[in-house]
Design a protein around this ligand. Sequence first.
Ligand code: MSP
Length: 648
Amino acid sequence: MEEKFKPTFYVTTPIYYVNDVPHIGHAYTTIIADALARYQRLSGKKVYFLTGTDEHGQKIEKAAAEKGLKPKELADRVVVRFKELWQKLNISYDYFIRTTEEFHERGVQKIFQQLLAKGDIYKGTYQGWYCVSEENFLPEDVPLEAEGYKICPDCGRKALLLEEESYFFRLSAYQQPLLDFYAAHPRFVRPQSRMNEVVSFVRQGLKDLSITRTSVRWGIPVPGDPKHTIYVWFDALHNYVTGAGYGWNQELFQTFWPADVHLIGKDILRFHAIFWPAFLMAAGLPLPETVFGHGWWLKDETKMSKSRGNVLDPYLILEKVGADALRYFLLREVPIGLDGSFSHEGFVQRVNSDLANDLGNLVQRTLTMAFNYFGGQVPRPGEETGSDRELARSFFETRDRVFSLYDDYALSRALEEIWVFLNVTNKYLADNEPWKLAKKPESRERLARIIYQALCAIRGSSYLLYPVMPETAEKIWTLLGESCQPGEVLKSSLDFYGLAPGARLHQPRALFPRIDLAEFIGEMEKPWARAETAPKTEEKMEYISYEEFKKMDLRVAKVLAAERVPGTSKLLKLQIDLGSEKRQIIAGVAETYSPEELVGKEFIVIANLQPAVIRGIESQGMLLAAEVEGKAIIPFFDRELPPGTKVK
Ligand code: MSP
C-alpha cells in the first residue's frame, strides 16, 4: 500500500532536569532529534522540533536548596547552560519549553481539571515507598530489606514510607485500551524489544497512579486545592502538547499534534509508553506515532556518573574537534537502540579514519586537482564511460537507501551507507588515476570528466550528510559555490549531476585535521593542563558557515536614554528600543561619544548575545563598532529605520 505523504513532522526530546548541567547523554538525544528534524526539513516537510527543561519537583527543590538558591534561580542558570550547549552543537530546535512557563502551567491545570470532571482523576490516600531522588513511588514488587525498608531499584538509595492524601489517575481503567492500542500499533514503541517489554508489563495489570504530592511545594498547584502539587511527571509529560500550542495556539497544535516521534532514553520508557498514552486517551487527544527508546552512553564500559568521575564534558570535546565530529561519532558509533561505550581511542580513530581520511582527504584532493588542472572551475566534462555511469548509479542507490534509513530513524546505518559511497568515490579516483592523466595533454577531456564526477559525488554526499553534519555540508557547499539551501532540496530532486560546468570553486582547506591520540587524551583527562597547550588559532580562522552566521540576531536599536557608568571612563549605560522590547546595554564607547549625542541615534545590536554583567550592571546585548586606536567608532545608518529592523 502506498503510504500517504504527511507534510509535517513533529519531533521531541525529553525535557531535561535542571538539577545538573548537561552532559554527553543529554547531548545524544538532542543530536538525534536534530538530525531527524534537519532531514525532514531537507525533504520538504514543515518541521516542529521541541526540546526544553523539566523544572519542577522535589529533585530541583533539593538541588537548589543545597546551592542556597531558589528553584527558579537554579533553573534560570542551568537553562543558560543547556541553550549554550545546543547552540554550540548546532541544534535547530523550534521551541525550547520550560515547565515554569505560564502557558504550560495553565495547560496542565486545564487537563487536570478536565480529567477530574470526567472521573479519570479522583481523590484518595496513598501509602507507599517513595524515592526522593527518582521522584517516584517504588513499584510494589520491590522487596522489603531485612531492616524493614525498601531500596530504590533505579538509584540504590533508601526509600521513605509515605502516606498522604492524593489525587489518583485511573490508570487501571486504561489497561485494556492500552493493550488494544499496542496491538493495533505494533511500532508505537521502538525498538521492537522495548515494545515487548512494555506489553508484558501492562499485561501484569496496572494500578491507579498517584499524581499529586502534598510534601512538595515546588510545582504546579492542583486547581482549587493548592495544598496539593501536581506530580512532576504528570506536569512534565504534558510539555509535548503545551509546547506545541495546546491551550494557547490552536493552529500550531492542529498542525503538529500528534507528535511523530518522542525520542527518549530507555530509562524513561514506562512513563512515555504507558502513562503518557493513558493520559492522552483520558483527555481525548490523539496519540503520538512513535516512542523511540535509545540506549545509554557508557564511558569505557561503565555508566557515566559524577561520583565515578567519568562524566564526559561535551564542551571540552567540542572545543577540540567541533560539533560535527561529535555529532558524527555519537550517531555513527551505535545503532540508536543499543548502548554505546565512549572511549577516547574509539573517538580519535573514527575522526581520523572516517572524517580526516575518507571524507576530508577526498574533498581536499578533488578540489586541489580542480584548482591545479582547471583553474578552480568546475570542468566541462568529456564523454561518459562505464565507470562514470557506475559511480552515478551507486550514488542514486545510496541516496534512496539513505533516505529510507533516515525515514526509519536508522541514523548509524544511513551514515554507513554514505561512507560506503565515499569509499566507492575514493576507489573511482584511485582506479582512474587523474594525476597520471594530467601529464598527458591528449587526455584532458577524460581528466575533466573524472574531476567533474568526483565533484558531483562530493556534492551529492554533502546533502546526504547534512542532517548529521550541517556545518561540514555547508563548508562543502561554500567550496563548491553551491547556492542551494537545504529547505529547497526536495528528496526527489537531489540529482547527481547538479554542478554547472564553469562554476567557480573555492580554495580547499582541511575539513578535519587529524587528531593526535596522546595529545587528545591528555587534554580530555587533564583539563587543568589545557592552558599549557598552545591554541591552534590557524584552525579557528577557517570560514564560518552561513548557518553559524544566521544564529546572530542583528537588529536596529534606537537609543532612548544614555548615562555614564560611574567610576569608569569608557562605559555608557544605554536604554535602547528594539521594536518589540526595550533593553539595557553597557557599551564601551564613552571615550568617543557623550551620552547626550547618542540619544536618538540608531545602530546595530546583537540581540541574542548571552546577557553579561559588567561592573555589576546587566548588559542585554552588544552594539557593533569598529575599534580605532582603542576608541570605538559606531557605524550609523544613512536614514532613519524602525527600531527592531533585522540586519543581515
Ligand atoms: N526530566 C525527565 C524527562 C521528562 S520528559 C517528559 C528526565 N530528565 S533527565 O535530565 O534525567 O534525562 C533525560 C534524558 O537524558 C534521558 O532519558 C536520556 O534521554 C538522556 N540521558 C541521560 N544520560 C544518558 C546517558 N548516559 N546516555 C544516553 N542518554 C542518557 O529524565
